[in-house]
Design a protein around this ligand. Structure first.
Ligand code: SAM
Length: 280
């Protein structure tokens, strides 16, 4: 057995999915193969949420990844900008999911010159790449700077509170196998809770049945708790309109058109809608 090559997210700034190098986000086609969303559930949920809260047309998708959600919002008639830190993702998005304007930005602190948006969306835990309180403040400061008065922040992410008293995602490594372009891949993912840093740490070892060496990758998400999120949002001038654990695009059962948002924040995903309050 060959020793895995190691990449780590400890070197800042983070690039793809919070790691210094990342097999999935350095290879966006592989990312879409590994996390397929053929029915565009995430994009449909985002569009439905924006529409039901009366959002205007101009949308920024932060941590847009391959651009599939940004392109869905574009097709729904919105004027969309997608932003990501990964150049590989941006290049792929421009080619495979055209329509939105794609640009490089670090969601932990960014300024988009004279661009103004009616809504910012941040899907699949991208917000949780803000590991520290300073990064979270930088994110909300930047979002606030680019939102029009009354603009919305819509986010979908893991729920830190889920891990209170539950170990089901931590007890045993998760093994996934899939084939892409004729090569069989296997990933073994181990999650652990870093209570001091308040992070969910992930180690993933990739093996490919093509003789290449295994690759070990490390990443982490902030363990953000619902009441903590409410407090931090209020401090940055946002009013929380909705905060619930499901249904959403990555819940089981998944969201469908017409499904009403829940009221609990107990399960493993959080869905947030917040409005920027007018300043005096
Ligand atoms: C889990 S993927 C989600 C992609 C997309 N939102 C989706 O739902 O398919 C997270 C994305 O966040 C990006 N990302 C990670 N850290 C970032 C940062 N500091 N600033 C901007 N994007 C970042 C990664 O490159 C990746 O494309």
């Amino acid at each position: 057995m060959r020793e895995p090559a190691t990449t780590s997210d400890t070197a800042e700034p983070a690039t793809a999915c919070g790691t210094a190098a990342n097999l999935l986000t350095d290879n966006p086609e592989l990312y879409e193969a590994r996390f397929p969303d053929p029915d565009r559930l995430a994009g449909r949920w985002a569009e439905d949420t924006l529409r039901s809260h009366g959002a205007g047309q101009r949308v920024l998708d932060l941590g847009c990844g391959t651009g599939r959600d940004a392109a869905h919002l574009h097709r729904a008639g919105r004027t969309v900008t997608g932003a990501d830190l990964s150049e590989a993702m941006l290049t792929y998005a421009r080619t495979h999911h055209p329509g939105p304007d794609y640009l490089a930005a670090d969601l932990r602190e960014f300024a988009l010159a004279d661009r103004e948006f009616d809504a910012v969306v941040c899907l699949d835990s991208a917000l949780l790449y803000c590991h520290t309180n300073a990064e979270l403040d930088g994110f909300l400061r930047s979002v606030r700077r680019c939102l029009a008065a009354g603009g919305l922040l819509v986010a979908e992410m893991r729920n830190g509170a889920f891990f209170l008293g539950r170990t089901d995602l931590l007890d045993a490594p998760r093994v996934d196998a899939f084939t892409w372009q004729g090569t069989a891949y296997r990933s073994t993912t181990t999650l652990s809770v870093d209570r001091t840093a308040q992070l969910l740490r992930r180690t993933r070892v990739w093996t490919a049945h093509d003789g290449s060496a295994p690759v070990e990758q490390r990443s982490a998400w902030r363990l953000l708790f619902p009441q903590e999120l409410r407090h931090v949002l209020a401090g940055h001038g946002f009013e929380v309109l909705a905060l619930y654990d499901g249904p959403g695009p990555r819940t089981d059962p998944p969201w469908h058109e017409g499904a009403a948002p829940g009221t609990a924040t107990d399960a493993d995903r959080l869905h947030l809608v917040a409005r920027l309050l007018p300043t005096d």
